[in-house]
Design a protein around this ligand. Structure first.
Ligand code: PLP
Length: 238
């Protein structure tokens, strides 16, 4: 299967999941997660009409976007790129310039650094807060008890536009196993909107290759799809 065919199939699956959930297909964004793939894979997706991409490393995307300039030229400017990997504090400034959005903010410290870069130049960076809903030691994300306080801080920052929540559920073989986590993220969003005045969180980034249909049924507005578009990743991520 080519990347174009895979994209077609994923788009069809998204439309069908939206129909089952009585949702408008335009309410779910498809993010192509291109981490570990070289620029030619991105160009293939680009030529099949894909514009939203997710990358998990600042350095990797910096390198790739430079290569893309020689392949698609001005086309690079039409890409919407999201950082979906852990952001180290020494990379915040680069990330704020390089990405359209940072979807993994999980501390006031990182947010304040992003805000320092953007507020000074009058840029407003869209961000999502990554939430950790399970006790897995290795997982990034703010835990749900600290979420309201982090959201309040972000809401005050002039260079930051906090748009919603993002989450990676613990791995389960069966996509249904992820449903309670997707539902919980939506509830946390609803609670935050109720309790923090003036805060609107329209975005819920949840759902990956194996569970995006369930995520859509639970209210996802952005599904992050890697394997189902590009195939099994060529090398380990870490
Ligand atoms: C790699 C990654 C994805 C894509 O996962 P697939 O299972 O390949 O679709 C989605 N979200 C995040 C945060 C990732 O790191």
């Amino acid at each position: 299967m080519s990347i174009r065919e895979n994209l077609d199939r994923v788009r069809t699956d998204i439309t069908e999941a939206c129909a089952r959930a009585s949702r408008d297909a335009a309410s779910v964004k498809l993010m192509a997660v291109s981490k570990t793939w070289g620029p030619t894979a991105l160009v293939e997706a680009f030529e099949a009409g894909q514009r939203v991409f997710g990358e998990n490393r600042v350095q990797e995307w910096d390198h790739k976007q430079q290569q893309l300039h020689s392949l698609i030229g001005e086309g690079v400017g039409t890409l919407e790129t999201h950082l979906i990997g852990n952001l180290q504090s020494n990379k915040t400034s680069k990330a704020a310039w390089l990405f359209s959005a940072v979807d993994t903010v999980d501390s006031v410290k990182v947010a304040a650094r992003l805000n320092d870069v953007t507020a000074q130049v009058g840029k407003v960076l869209p961000v999502l807060v990554e939430v950790k809903l399970s006790d897995e030691e290795s997982k990034q994300g703010v835990d749900e008890y600290e979420l309201p306080s982090l959201l309040r801080h972000l809401h005050e920052m002039e260079g930051i536009d906090v748009r919603g929540l993002m989450m990676v559920p613990p791995w389960t073989d069966d996509a249904e196993g992820a449903r309670p986590y997707f539902r919980r993220l939506r509830e946390l969003r609803d609670e935050a909107e109720r309790t923090i005045e003036g805060l609107h969180l329209p975005e819920l980034s949840m759902g990956m290759s194996h569970d995006f249909a369930v995520a859509i049924e639970e209210g996802s507005t952005c599904v992050r799809i890697g394997t189902a578009i590009f195939g099994v990743r060529p090398r380990a991520e870490d």
